[in-house]
Design a protein around this ligand. Structure first.
Ligand code: 5AD
Ligand code: FES
Length: 338
């Protein structure tokens, strides 16, 4: 299957054909391509959710500004560093600092924490996931030592983007941020939810074409899961099968990409993450945040946050990865994409 040279309508057709049941052939080909590039290794990243304050109001998101039912928290710099200390002892060599768009964390505060982590642990990669910022801010983060940046584009279709976000949020700006981050030398992660309201096979085909154009180092894909206090509380969630199809297609589109089997996938199916591996995923991001704040970082309902996916249970995770036929890799795990 030559995904890389397909047109939008050919891609939508493949998505349509594999919407309810991904063909064995598709999954197998995606896994083989992943094996050829990365072998059986599954890369592990420590996720630190350091603030759930956010100025935005994305309609799908549980911690959007307008949700008054969220208990808001921020970790202090010391708390973030002690998550890293704990992570380092457990063997983690990549930290992902994720948060809402929170003005309290000025560039100065972000840079300070980045450079402290890099000084203490020069062998570790630091990934940021803190939303849309100016080029100047991104440049400062890079100079402070940040290596990678995750910013899902959410959907590559203008109309669809407008239906998922309030009018002040612009797809054009989000895409521009991704190209800027690339240009500044970050390893960049884009991505989208599967099964978000108003999504169609055509908009998913556009996601694949956008990814082909951007050539990101990572692509984060998980099912949309409704959150009880969000605008989309009564909408249907994304399915396991369509998520597996999209993981496989992204793997075939960008053979060398790093592809997480996400927490959202593990939330909708007890073996979701293992199924993700067999569709070509090769990253997991267990939670390193303090246990006391985990429940407050609820982007969607029923998010798993205590079992095997917690960083503290790295042995359980290792067992699960090995039982599924893979090798857990705690190294930095840099992308093979240029
Ligand atoms: N269901 C699934 N994923 C979600 N995200 C936000 N809200 C939800 C939800 N309700 C995803 C978005 C965001 C990432 C951090 O989490 O794609 O970019
Ligand atoms: Fe900002 Fe969800 S709306 S993190």
């Amino acid at each position: 299957m030559n995904i890389q040279s397909m047109t939008k309508s050919e891609l939508s057709q493949i998505i349509e054909q594999n919407r309810f049941i991904p063909s064995d052939e598709l999954l197998k080909e995606a896994r083989t391509v992943c094996d050829t590039c990365y072998g059986k290794n599954i890369f592990v990243r420590g996720l630190i959710e350091f603030t759930n304050y956010c100025k935005n109001n994305c309609y799908y998101c549980g911690i959007r500004a307008g949700n008054k039912n969220v208990h808001r928290y921020r970790l202090t710099e010391e708390e973030i560093l002690s998550c890293c200390d704990e992570g380092y002892k457990l063997g983690f060599r990549t930290y992902v600092l994720q948060g809402g768009e929170d003005a309290y964390f000025t560039d100065e505060k972000i840079c300070s924490v980045i450079s402290k982590i890099k000084t203490r642990y020069p062998d570790c990669a630091v990934t940021l996931s803190i939303g849309e910022k100016s080029k100047e801010s991104y440049k400062k983060y890079r100079e402070a030592g940040a290596d990678r940046y995750l910013l899902r584009h959410e959907t590559a279709n203008e109309m669809h983007y407008k239906r998922l976000h309030p009018q002040e949020m612009l797809l054009e700006n989000r895409k521009q941020c991704l190209y800027t981050l690339r240009e500044l030398g970050f390893q960049v992660g884009a991505g989208f939810m599967v099964g978000s309201p108003y999504q169609t096979s055509e908009t998913l085909a556009e996601d694949l074409l956008f990814i082909k154009d951007l050539q990101p180092h990572m692509v984060g894909i998980g099912p949309f899961i409704p959150h009880c206090d969000s605008v989309f509380k009564d909408e249907k969630g994304g399915t396991l099968n369509l998520t597996l199809t999209m993981l496989a297609l992204v793997r075939l589109m960008l053979p060398k990409v790093l592809l997480p089997s996400t927490t959202a996938l593990g939330t909708i199916d007890p073996n979701g993450r293992e199924k993700g591996f067999s569709a070509g995923a090769n990253v997991v991001m267990p939670n390193l945040s303090p246990v006391s704040v985990r429940a407050d970082y609820a982007l969607y309902d029923n998010k798993i946050c205590t079992g095997d996916e917690a960083a503290q249970c790295i042995e359980c995770l290792k067992r699960r990865i090995e039982n599924a036929g893979y090798i857990m890799d705690m190294g930095r795990g840099d992308s093979l994409m240029k």
